[in-house]
Design a protein around this ligand. Structure first.
Ligand code: PLP
Ligand code: COI
Length: 339
């Protein structure tokens, strides 16, 4: 695998050796098995194709200085997929089969885990789909759960440099009582139009507002939003925000660093009071935000004048990465060693 240019990888797809699949039939899951095909052969009337019976997860495997491969809070991803599955009426995987399949997929592709300090990681993508034929709007009887992996570089090309973000008041990714809190494909389909518009205008991602009133901060593209004000770590609370495992961890780290954590509604006007702002998630890690533009209100909120991340975001980023790579003791019990 020496042909991979680890340092210049983008957040894309590269083929690997194998993926892992489990099948749900007659009320039971089969054991995880390896598969060498990058393709899925399925019925044209499968419910995932027509009615969006599809949920996915995203986590990363990290190569430590000690040569060990680590997973970060994989049980939380399993629990979240179970939640997603239940909400859209799919057969949920068990936590054990989820974790076993993730480990198996990494074992089968261990030479694709990027080296320590290359800046790249192995992205792990579990996927659950309804596979049986159905033309009426009804849940599938059969399901497939799979895990594939692919080495990735930073999600935003800026890496840990501030990105610029635009508020989109003309589109919503999820309804107030809809599916924003679970990780299903439809939310991402709904976000493509605003992402396209924001990219065309030169922004890295979109900041959504609450769909009902457009008064409060919601998701930040495929990531959660957080901000720093004084000694507080502030992050929006909303039913349409995906409960980010990264954000959950940053809240714990912030507390550990002596900050107060506020998870609450964040009014748009409050943006002008923040000293630092960022987007956080598995893919984004922490992406500091340089400025947020609100075109409808003709307002720009600036958080980085010198082109660098703020001091607290930098400390949080360094601690999170140190735990993920095994450079700092895992005092929260977040790490699973794969091998
Ligand atoms: N919000 C959305 C919409 C996402 O797609 C993601 C990515 O998974 C996140 C937030 C961050 O969640 P996590 O930190 O669990 O990756
Ligand atoms: C992640 O952060 O893992 C995501 O799923 C975000 C995006 C690539 C959909």
């Amino acid at each position: 695998m020496s042909t991979i240019d680890w340092k210049n990888l983008s957040f894309g797809y590269l083929p690997t050796n194998a993926n892992v699949r489990c099948y749900y039939k007659d009320g039971k899951w089969s054991k995880p098995e390896l598969n060498n095909s990058e393709y899925i052969n399925m019925h044209m009337a499968a419910t995932c194709l027509h009615y969006g019976q599809e949920a996915f997860e995203g986590l990363k495997a990290y190569m430590g200085k000690d040569g060990k491969i680590r997973l970060f809070r994989v049980q939380e991803n399993a629990k979240r997929m179970i939640e997603s599955a239940r909400y859209i009426q799919m057969a949920p995987p068990t936590e054990e089969m989820f974790v076993e399949s993730v480990k198996m997929a990494i074992e089968a592709n261990k030479e694709f885990v990027p080296p320590y300090e290359s800046g790249a990681t192995l992205y792990v993508r579990p996927l659950l789909i309804g596979t049986s034929a159905q033309v009426g709007v009804k849940p599938s009887a059969d399901y497939m759960f799979m895990v594939f992996v692919t080495p990735v570089g930073p999600y935003f090309k800026e890496g840990f440099k501030p990105v610029n973000v635009i508020i989109d008041r003309d589109h919503d990714r999820a309804a107030p009582l809809g599916t924003g809190h679970i990780k299903v494909g439809g939310n991402y389909a709904a976000s493509l139009i605003s992402l396209d518009l924001c990219h065309k205008q030169g922004y890295s991602t979109v900041l959504y507002l609450d769909a009902a009133e457009k008064k409060y901060i919601d998701e930040c593209g495929p990531a959660n939003f957080f901000a720093i004000k004084g000694k507080s770590y502030i992050t929006p609370k909303s039913h349409s925000i995906l409960p980010s495992i990264t954000n959950m961890s940053l809240m714990e780290l912030a507390k550990d660093m002596g900050l107060t954590v506020e998870c609450r509604k964040v009014p748009v006007e409050e943006l002008s009071t923040f000293v630092e702002a960022g987007a956080c998630g598995t893919a984004a890690v922490i992406s500091p935000i340089g400025k947020i533009v609100d075109p409808n209100q003709n307002h720009v909120y600036e958080y980085s004048k010198d082109g660098n991340a703020g001091a607290i975001s930098t400390q949080l980023y360094n601690r999170l990465k140190a735990i993920q790579y095994g450079d700092e003791a895992d005092k929260f019990g977040w790490i699973t060693i794969v091998r």
